[in-house]
Design a protein. Structure first.
Length: 335
């Protein structure tokens, strides 16, 4: 039985609903076309969609409940491997690049000393964690596999995203974009975020942790001209990581990370309030630029007396570092 027939049967039998059926059907169609364009045979990868259907069906029936800090699951089922294998055919390795790999070496040395690393990054696809691992698997696989990603509620509640999320280390929060929806859940969500921040402080106190956070609070999206730009960073988000790192009483190192992964799995044009976004893929190159370590206390505007202005200046400085590297990546100027 072909995968398309299996998918139809699952919908007819009520294993998945029509909405999930349409999402997977659209994903399968674009995935097939992406591989064909790249000279790959979809028949060699149908089994990964069999796995996806099985995993999503399980989440429809019995959703996995994420703790504030989730550690990747590799047994009895290896969700980490599943995510990697699902995305691998979509990454054109010949057109992909990692810039300033020497900074990743510095980070690994800092982590080995029990110090912490915070990556302030832009964010473009819901599978950026898997794409980072694929970009670094030949050089710093262990580093990439152990990164802790700050994850919004969408990727831990959407049945399509949960199987991928289960394979990564996550600090689960409700983003500002969704914390007020629905209004009656706002206080509960705020308490959850407080528990997550407490757990993060404990992790940083242990030391040797690398955390990826997107201070924009969401994915980059195209402007009216169709150009994808790095979304503005939230000064409060950056300040929170700075303060918690100080409270943890471990040396902390802050780095800018610019990534260009958008074409692999673009987000919807606008931020949606409901779960169930369409997913369409392309086979493309991916790009990561690990910038030089940031002096979190010395930056343009660091001499300001007004603390809010100072925080905004710090955020703007870090955002500009990421934007500059991103622009160079897109213009082909990065070396």
């Amino acid at each position: 039985m072909t995968f398309v027939n299996k998918l139809k049967k699952s919908c007819e039998e009520g294993v998945i609903d029509e909405k999930i059926y349409n999402i997977i059907a659209s994903l399968h169609e674009s995935y097939t076309l992406s591989l064909k364009t790249g000279g790959l045979n979809m028949a060699d990868y149908e089994s990964i969609f069999d796995s996806l259907l099985q995993l999503v069906s399980e989440q429809m029936n019995d959703p996995y409940q994420f703790e504030p800090y989730h550690q990747r699951i590799t047994e009895p089922y290896n969700y980490y491997k599943f995510g990697m294998e699902f995305l691998r055919p979509l990454v054109d390795k010949k057109r992909s690049r990692v810039f300033h790999i020497d900074n990743v070496k510095k980070m690994t040395e800092q982590l080995q000393r029990g110090e912490n690393v915070i990556l302030f990054a832009n964010h473009q696809t819901e599978v950026d964690p898997q794409l980072m691992s694929l970009a670094l698997e030949d050089t710093y696989h262990d580093f990439a596999s152990e990164v802790i990603f700050v994850a919004g509620d969408r990727v831990v509640t959407d049945p399509m995203a949960i199987p991928f999320s289960m394979g990564r280390n996550l600090l689960c929060i409700y983003s500002k974009r969704h914390i007020d929806n629905p209004p009656e859940k706002k206080v509960e969500k705020q308490h959850h975020n407080q528990r997550t921040m407490k757990r993060m402080k404990e992790l940083l106190t242990e030391g040797g942790k690398c955390i990826y956070v997107a201070p924009s609070g969401g994915r980059d999206r195209p402007n009216a001209q169709g150009e994808v730009h790095v979304s503005p960073f939230d000064p409060q988000s950056i300040e929170m990581f700075r303060l918690i790192s100080i409270q943890a009483k471990r040396p902390a190192h802050f780095y800018p990370l610019a990534l260009a992964t958008f074409d692999i799995l673009p987000p919807p044009q606008t931020v949606e309030s409901e779960l169930g976004e369409e997913r369409r893929t392309k086979r493309e190159g991916i790009f990561f630029s690990f910038g030089d370590e940031i002096d979190i206390d010395d930056f343009p505007g660091s001499d300001m007396q007004d603390r809010h202005a100072k925080r905004s200046a710090r955020s703007m400085h870090i955002w500009n570092l990421v934007k500059t590297d991103y622009a160079m990546i897109k213009q082909g100027l990065m070396s």
